[in-house]
Design a binder for this molecule. Structure first.
Ligand SMILES: [Cu+2]
Length: 289
């Protein structure tokens, strides 16, 4: 009895020290796989984990299939001109200046190509830019050189700083995640519509998670929005994407996608005010108790 009491007291003391040292580091979240991160020698886009990101990857591939033949065609024309129409091969150049069928063709064909591309890009843009009814609303503020997060319905607020190399292990990250991992993570539930209100407090920053296919400039004095619905539990990284000063490269972004139950438990540990919790969160709470 005495021993267990002593143990729990020292455990509490230990947790107390850890929290004092590292503001809101949360050791109670489950171990999650790193899903959204760059890979060595990678050249393609990151593996998509939202419908929006899949559309972006599809568009990227579609444009590649269009642009490669066009580039080869133009290169072929250039080579043809260089070989057959240089001064030696063709000393008497033709003097005509207009060719109506050719001019119509090189206006109509590119227009049709652009129209074809628009058929796919406009629906994707619309999908990104029209906000769904949000399950979670978070305000993100970019600052020189860190991020501030506010869970607007629950009074939860914290900052997010990059971890130094020697701090990574303490936070459960491997060495290769240096310049990506941060002390706190934006925690969101899986398969829910998350709406982010993005702004900045000093200069323009840009919040992004490549694996979600989202990127939004944070502009001081303005509130922009983005949304995503992450399909798999895991850890996702991003980096400030608007040159914002000397430490621009040192304000990465960490998002942890967890189950509904883990999300609500995490919110409670942050001392969240759950009075304004939506129905789905109440159901999760009821199931937990
Ligand atoms: Cu920035």
């Amino acid at each position: 009895m005495q021993l267990s009491k002593a143990l729990s007291t020292s455990a509490a003391a230990l947790i107390g020290t850890t929290t004092a040292m590292k503001a809101t580091a949360d050791e109670f979240l489950p171990q999650l796989p790193v899903l959204g991160a760059p890979v060595p020698d990678g050249t393609a886009l990151q593996t998509p984990y939202t419908a929006l990101a899949r559309e972006v990857v599809f568009l990227d591939n579609l444009l590649l299939w269009i642009i490669v033949p066009i580039t080869l065609f133009v290169t072929g024309l250039l080579i043809w001109v260089i070989v057959f129409h240089n001064r030696r091969a063709n000393p008497e150049p033709a003097r005509f200046t207009h060719n109506t069928p050719l001019e119509v063709a090189w206006t109509v064909v590119p227009s049709l190509i652009l129209l074809f591309i628009a058929l796919f890009t406009f629906p994707a843009l619309r999908h990104q830019q029209i906000m769904p009814e949000s399950d979670v609303t978070i305000k993100v503020t970019g600052l020189q050189w860190y991020w501030d997060y506010e869970y607007v319905d629950h009074g939860v607020q914290f900052s997010q700083f990059m971890l130094e190399r020697d701090e990574l292990a303490d936070f459960g990250y491997t060495d290769d995640l240096y310049l990506l991992a941060t002390d706190t993570a934006m925690v969101v539930p899986v398969n829910r519509d998350i709406v982010l209100q993005v702004t900045a407090g000093d200069v323009i920053h840009s919040w992004t998670i490549p694996a979600f296919g989202v990127k939004q400039d944070g502009v001081p004095g303005r509130l922009a929005e983005l949304w995503f619905n992450a399909e798999e539990e895991g850890i996702y990284f991003g980096q400030c994407s608007e040159l914002c000063g000397i430490n621009h490269a040192y304000m990465p972004i960490t998002v942890k996608v967890v189950s509904d139950a883990e999300y609500v438990a995490w919110l409670e540990r942050q001392g969240a005010d759950l009075a304004a919790a939506p129905d789905w969160m109440r159901e999760v709470q009821l199931a937990a108790n």
